[in-house]
Design a protein around this ligand. Structure first.
Ligand code: CP
Length: 338
């Protein structure tokens, strides 16, 4: 695809070559993310960061990524701080805000809303999560993490064995990740959920059409015993009609160190898009896994900055100029020593 000026709305926009390009640019961003160097390549550019649903890592890492490239960030959080509450349409909002920004990142509770917003925007729009539909940048950072984790084991993405666990009906991260895996070969997926929270049929069909082997189950321990990646997800309470309904499923699939030791292969990598729900009634990934070197959840969040920097650099067409506008850093930063 031609990245310059493009909206990033769905993971299905990308072919294998596009993904390789994003990952190569993400690799090149490491000296900047680790503060070995700073760049001013986006000096003067403005990111409109619009989040109409709660977010910690997507919102802040989009902002940090833009700042690390030298740009400025204007942020809107919650509907109540905008004139959407006065009845203004997404189209009009996009038309207005795109006059104040060079690129806009947006999260919204409704499926398709970011694409609707993009129709009114005069600048590129990046989907930070639209309802239960998609979270394309999360899928990219997840796959970037999988690639790095497997590379350290001398493996590639083709032939991957992955279990996705939890609320697969409402989890937009697993929807996007499944769609992304469709461009790779010979993937073995085990989809672990209560039957009421199963992966949507259309996604399972596309996985099978891509030639992948898909197993559907509600049993955790047998599913994680022969996989490279155990990808856990939270029960997406905000997508249920009531908290009581979500409570029916919370805590159904819990992974802790004892279960990991008994059932997983020694190199199985544990992933989660985060936030993990650490309340006792949920606790899908126990804190006792924090000392497990195969717990990749915080490597995922770090990788999110690299991938989002890469997307900004590609969409704003500066990927080849980042080093030209760089210099060494002169302040103490503990990331540098890592
Ligand atoms: N993974 C993710 O989207 O996290 P946030 O909701 O905190 O952005």
């Amino acid at each position: 695809m031609n990245f310059t000026g493009a909206h990033i709305l769905s993971i299905q926009q990308f072919d294998r070559g596009d993904i390789q390009r994003i990952f190569a640019v993400a690799d090149s961003m490491e000296p900047y993310a680790l503060r070995h160097k700073v760049t001013r390549v986006l000096e003067g550019a403005i990111l409109g960061n619009m989040f109409f649903e709660p977010s910690t890592r997507t919102r802040v890492s989009f902002g940090s990524a833009f700042n690390l490239l030298g740009g400025n960030v204007r942020e809107t959080t919650g509907f109540e701080s905008t004139s959407i509450t006065k009845g203004e349409s997404l189209f009009d909002t996009a038309r207005v805000l795109s006059g104040y920004s060079d690129v806009i990142c947006m999260r919204h509770p409704h499926s398709g809303s970011v694409a609707e917003f993009a129709e009114g925007s005069r600048v590129p729009v990046i989907n930070g999560g639209d309802g239960a539909n998609e979270h394309p940048t999360q899928a990219l950072l997840d796959l970037y993490t999988i690639r790095k984790e497997l590379h350290s084991q001398g493996r590639g993405i083709d032939g991957l064995r992955i279990a996705m666990i939890g609320d697969l009906k409402h989890g937009r991260t697993v929807h996007s990740l499944c769609k992304l895996l469709c461009v790779f070969d010979k993937i073995q997926l085990t989809l672990v959920s209560p039957k009421e929270l199963a992966m949507p049929d259309y996604i399972i069909e596309s996985l099978r059409e891509a030639g992948h082997q898909v197993t559907i189950t509600d049993q955790l321990t047998s599913s994680i015993s022969h996989v490279d990646i155990a990808y856990s997800t939270r029960i997406q309470e905000e997508r249920f009609a009531s908290k009581e309904e979500a409570d029916l499923y919370r805590g159904r699939f819990r992974l802790n160190q004892t279960i990991y030791t008994e059932f997983c292969e020694p190199n199985t990598v544990i992933m989660h898009p985060l936030p993990r729900d650490s309340r006792p009634e949920a606790n899908e990934l126990d804190n006792d896994l924090n000392a497990n070197p195969n717990l990749a959840i915080f490597r995922q969040t770090d990788n999110g900055v690299l991938v989002r920097m890469a997307l900004f650099a590609l969409v704003l067409d500066v990927a080849d100029q980042v080093d030209k506008y760089s210099r060494d850093v002169n302040w103490y930063n503990s990331l540098r020593s890592k």
